[in-house]
Design a binder for this molecule. Structure first.
Ligand code: NAP
Ligand code: FE
Length: 364
């Protein structure tokens, strides 16, 4: 056995976790910049809990609420300027993966005079400001990963940056904040979280401890699958989905993702398909493609999900996720060539060629 394991984020999971552990914020300084999207921080109740915690500790704060879905380097740059303007000591990201990822970029740019495109070099002269993460979706696991995924218009895709210093220092995971998600956001983000567990488990970079976490996440997704198909998210399902998404973050922090995420970015960049849905629509084809190289693990996945076949699982995903985008043959070829350049494609358990991607995208 040979592996590395790094998870430096301090996690507080459970209802009321911000209120009960607000003293954690005291050590980061006297001024915070809150980075968030247009509405989710307020709607979910997370912003008022964080504001109350900061006020109780005498920490001043400003709110930068301009993060769009699939954030751009330009937005991160504007956030970095906002952090410099108030001389922020630390950054608090509140929201789905988009605001949490943006918060990581803001933490770097707040203390480094660099072009946001240089973020992708992962080399920062000054250490980023401490990051606190408060998720309001149960999907990306960004609260426990070092990754920040921003759009790359030069390469017409999305790409991640991040190093050991961009892991959030503290993450507060309160399932109550995810209750305001509409069904489609709940479903798309749940499938993203599952995708992290699945891809980490099937990755060339999987490790013994990441496999333990991945299998737990996969079985939790299996226990939520029927609720998602019925569109009835009740009882402890919110808590389970948030826990699974954290496990998925633990997994990809060790393994990264694979060709499935790489393919999905095309559907998001060119067809405006939400991130988790993009992965989910391609998932059955991805499982079939990898099957000859990962028979035992794929059989385990199906067993943990409580389904007999990949097609049965694909049918459930289709009913959860809804309509597929229309893609022309010409587009498929462009998507394949872009995906071949993604680092994660090289981690796929089965070696991938452009023709394989074309086939998976056509059969989707
Ligand atoms: P998102 O893009 O952050 O949010 C999607 C939508 O859901 C937004 O309109 C958002 O509103 C809304 N929303 C969020 N929480 C809500 C709540 N509690 N109630 C009601 N609405 C809510 O979605 P996401 O799927 O969580 O994040 C996707 C991004 O994360 C992508 O850019 C993806 O590439 C990235 N990602 C990152 C990692 C990582 O490791 N860092 C892993 C996978 C994916 P607002 O407009 O108010 O924000
Ligand atoms: Fe993802």
């Amino acid at each position: 056995m040979q592996f590395k394991y790094l998870m430096p984020t301090k996690v507080f999971f459970g209802r009321g976790s911000v209120r009960e552990n607000s003293s954690e914020l005291a050590s980061f300084g006297k001024k915070a910049l809150i980075v968030t999207g247009g509405s989710s921080a307020k709607l979910s109740g997370a912003l008022s809990d964080i504001a109350a915690a900061l006020e109780g500790l005498g920490i001043e704060y400003s709110v930068f609420d301009k993060v769009e879905n699939n954030p751009s380097p330009e937005t991160v740059k504007a956030g970095g300027e906002a952090a410099k303007d108030i001389k922020a000591d630390f950054i608090i990201g509140i929201g789905g993966g988009s605001p949490l990822d943006a918060a990581k970029g803001v933490a770097v740019l707040a203390v480094n005079d660099m072009d946001p495109m240089e973020l992708y070099t992962n080399s920062f002269r000054n250490k980023p400001l401490p990051i606190v993460a408060v998720p309001t979706t149960a999907g990306t696991g960004s609260e426990v990963t070092p990754y920040s995924i921003l759009t790359r218009n030069d390469l017409k895709t999305k790409m991640s940056f991040g190093n050991a210093d961009t892991f959030p220092k503290v993450a507060f995971l309160d399932p109550a904040y995810t209750e305001t998600m509409p069904f489609n956001v709940t479903a798309n983000t749940a499938v993203d979280a599952f995708s992290h567990c699945l891809e980490g488990y099937l990755s060339k970079r999987s490790t013994p401890p990441s496999d333990v976490l991945a299998k737990e996440g996969i079985s939790i997704f299996g226990s939520c699958l029927d609720a998602l198909v019925r569109r009835e998210i009740e009882g402890d399902t919110r808590e389970k989905l948030l826990y699974m998404s954290m496990l998925g973050g633990f997994v990809i922090s060790q393994t990264g993702t694979t060709v499935l995420h790489g393919m999905g970015y095309n559907l998001t960049y060119f067809k405006d398909v939400p991130h988790g849905k993009a992965n989910g629509l391609l998932m059955a084809e991805y499982l079939k493609f990898n099957y000859p190289y990962a028979k035992e693990k794929t059989d385990n996945v199906l067993r943990l999900l409580g389904v007999e076949t990949i097609d049965e699982f694909g049918g459930k995903l289709a009913s959860i996720l809804g309509e597929k985008p229309h893609i022309t043959d010409e587009e498929t070829e462009i998507f394949a060539s872009i995906t071949m350049k993604q680092r994660s494609t090289a981690s796929n358990i089965r070696p991938v060629e452009a023709s394989d991607i074309i086939k998976m995208m056509r059969n989707m």
